[in-house]
Design a protein around this ligand. Sequence first.
Ligand code: MN
Ligand code: MN
Length: 463
Amino acid sequence: MENIVNKKVCGWKNLEREKKDGIFSFCDKYMDFLDEAKTEREAVKLIIGKLKNEGFVSILEKDTLVEGDKVYYNNRDKSVFASIIGKDEPTCGVNIIGAHIDSPRLDLKPNPMYEDGRLALFKTHYYGGIKKYQWTAIPLAIHGVVVKSNGERQEICIGEDSQDPIFTITDLLPHLSQNQNTKKLSEAIDGESLNLLIGSIPDEKNDSIKENILNILYEKYGILEIDFYSSELEIVPAFKARSLGFDRSMVASYGQDDRVCAYALLESLLESEESSVTKVAIFADKEEIGSVGNTGMCSESFDYFMNKILNLKNINYAGALNEVYCHSKMLSADVGAGVDPNYQDVSEKNNASFIGYGVELNKYTGSRGKSGASDANAEFVAYVRGVFEKNDIQYQVSELGKVDIGGGGTIAYILANKGVDVIDCGVPVISMHSPYEVTSKYDIYSAYLGYKAFFESSEKVKY
Ligand code: MN
Ligand code: MN
């Protein structure tokens, strides 16, 4: 008897002990990844380290490509493309899964350091869609690089070790908040007041706190004030990823959008069985600010990588790359919005994702009348459903929120514009873009299984 009614059940229900243990140990490693990779640069380092361990080599070192070859391309230490070459010609289509490894945060301005109110501070410029009030009065760490004009690169990570100092952005005491309390939430904290507190001891000779801090920076890292011009220093929450709930069923952490999908993708690529179709993984930068720049997916650096694959396989005719794209399939591995019990009114519950109910498919994104949407074709949705159902992977199909309440997009449309069949497929998140995002371990593991099955699938979409 077919299931006439689409009954949605919690993934944890009737789960065998062994499977549950597997999910929990997978997520223990995921939480380590979150703690080690709080920026796109750190994620690239970890991802390439793991790829190399599994036999991947830089595509720039290859002069030919054959079935079974494993290659990657490091795009300026901020994004990575990786591929396992299949038996079939890439022009028959490849299986792509793409996640992003940048997350909302605060960047330091190029002239960050100043002294005011007898304290030393750093000016910041926020990156991505943050709610500014969430970034005050929490412990913050500084991650990134400072590059000297001679090209020397100094990596910085302060605030993660328990012996390290941390930093914070102060907030107004309630006793004196009468004016602030009357402001709109979006205006209560000003972008220019997101200043990071970094020191308070004046220099013995000239009384300058700023100079005292500069002395410390010079002694410890050899950095001069002018070197901030050529730095990328990111302010991120200093707390660690933790299991959430008495039942430990969830993960709370900074940066799960979209490193949760990036991690599931990396593991799925490494664990996937051999298949005839070439597998391609994208770990993109700059998604949170519109996929712009030469490390974002709007850049042609991905075409460069795909063209390299074609060239190394001696497929050099004009239009070969279009041939690849127009026959390819892709999961845009990005997070969705899980229903938040505290804010249920933004979700239309028949078409919302619930955390713990499996990996989420978003047929389309966009806002208002599907403006800016990447809308997957029914035939392709059917294909992906088929892959998941055959492999017993629990999934849910949803929208971001109620119609006309807001909206959003991912990298899906960029590949769809090239001719690829694309659907958004990821993990539902609660408190998205906050310093402490919440996911379900069940969904994380379902995403991993879903990505793996998609990579291994070799059928054609039936049009
Ligand atoms: Mn995202
Ligand atoms: Mn995002």
